[in-house]
Design a protein around this ligand. Structure first.
Ligand code: GLU
Length: 420
């Protein structure tokens, strides 16, 4: 879409292009298009940090609440040096579609602080988290907007957020964030939920396209919150995981990586680089590796116009949010590469976030088995919705998933009506 003022490149351009195509497919008017394209609320804050050496630095923080039509806004908090408002806007919009697609009663949001967490001590990260939480506290809450972990944040970050918010309102509010430590009201199974979901969806996609796990190979970009366990679950399902990468390097083994030993190596050294029992690989070559399944599970914009023509995988499982640019998407479609979109492939995290929020309301903790069963049930239902819509309308999985989601959001919006 070419609205003036919107970027031509980057995640927001990609998100808006997906929306524009969906609005056209659904035949909505320009007013509805604008409602769906713009965030209901955006907050930009300064986050001053007193560093351990007593110097002060000021970071920019954001919270974008894209939509509330189906319920409170929901989405992660990202700490990364390149975070900016447009990126957070795109990620918030994708959260709206993701929550609608897997039918959890939320709108979409995302937050970010433009900080490189690796350059800061734990105590500095605690102070940044608490100050940011305090700054955005007027617009978050269990019935308003519920943050969760994303890149650069984790369950400790969520514990600090919950504590800060609780201190401000004067009592413990477990439902204000999800992805908390299990001992503080976090859900069993939340930590591995995104990866479990991605692997589950990969199995469904492989079966639908006549591929057997034991005869298939995969490459996983990213060995963090999503990629690491996704690689483990894939390999446990019989897939030969040939390569994984992280920000510091990549490793390859034609016979398949031992993911458990690789994980131990990463715990010891901080990176996949240097893992004995594998060859070093240029991380840039992972995307075009000769494998059946490619799982980009790191950041946006890694499958691009420059490498999409060389992708050799038959199936791309988007563990990350927005890893495929709009140009690359068109190239992959042309080449009959199956792309299972982020809003389906990585929705396991927000599904179990929803379960965590429900458990907070119930003041009752579910068993891990119950969490995992319900997670797979919801993802399987969403998968069937998407493949049916895609074949009925001759659309890609991304176009079908976005259409289902946008239609649900629009229906809720129409039923509620426009105030005043
Ligand atoms: N950050 C995750 C995502 O992008 C999880 C969001 C959540 O659980 O609210 O889906």
């Amino acid at each position: 879409m070419t609205r003036s003022g919107h970027p031509k490149q980057g995640p927001l351009a990609d998100a808006l292009a997906q929306l524009a195509a969906t609005v056209e497919h659904l035949g909505y008017d320009e007013g509805m298009h604008q409602m769906l394209a713009t965030a209901r609320r955006e907050m930009q804050v300064s986050v001053p940090l007193r560093r351990d050496d007593d110097s002060v630095v000021v970071y920019s923080g954001y919270r974008v609440q894209h939509n509330f039509s189906r319920g409170p806004a929901k989405g992660g908090l990202r700490f990364a040096s390149n975070v900016d408002l447009d990126e957070i806007r795109a990620l918030a919009m994708w959260m709206t579609w993701k929550c609608a697609l897997v039918d959890v009663p939320y709108g979409g949001a995302k937050g970010g602080v433009a900080i490189e967490p690796r350059d800061h001590s734990n105590r500095e990260l605690e102070r940044v988290t608490r100050r940011y939480t305090s700054e955005i506290s007027p617009i978050i809450g269990p019935e308003v907007d519920i943050p969760a972990p994303d890149i650069g944040t984790n369950e400790q970050t969520m514990a600090w957020m919950m504590d800060t918010y609780s201190a401000l309102v004067g009592h413990t509010v477990q439902g204000v964030v999800t992805g908390k430590p299990v001992g503080l009201g976090g859900s069993r199974g939340r930590a591995t939920a995104t990866s479990r979901g991605a692997a589950h969806i990969a199995m469904l996609a492989m079966a639908a396209h006549g591929m057997q796990p034991e005869k298939s190979t995969a490459a996983v970009q990213g060995f963090g919150k999503v990629g690491r366990d996704a690689a483990r679950f894939l390999s446990q399902s019989g897939v030969t995981v040939r390569a994984v990468s992280d920000v510091d390097g990549a490793v390859y083994s034609a016979a398949g990586l031992d993911i458990i030993h690789l994980g131990a190596h990463v715990d010891r050294t901080g990176s996949v680089a240097g893992f004995e029992g594998a060859e070093a690989l240029d991380p840039a070559d992972l995307i075009t590796l000769d494998v059946d399944v490619l799982v980009p599970a790191a950041v946006e914009g890694v499958v691009t116009a420059d490498n999409a023509a060389n992708v050799r995988a038959r199936i791309v499982i988007e563990g990350a949010n927005g890893p495929t640019t709009k140009e690359a998407d068109a190239i992959l479609m042309e080449r009959d590469v199956v792309v299972v979109p982020d809003i389906l492939a990585n929705a396991g995290g927000v599904i179990v976030s929803y379960f965590e929020w429900v458990q907070a309301h119930q003041a009752y903790q579910w068993s891990e088995r119950e969490v995992n069963d319900r997670l797979e049930e919801r993802l399987t239902a969403a998968w069937h919705d998407v493949i049916q819509y895609a074949s009925a309308h001759g659309l890609t999985y991304r176009a079908a998933a976005t259409a289902i989601a946008v239609r649900r959001v629009t229906e809720a919006h129409r039923q509620r009506g426009l105030y005043p």
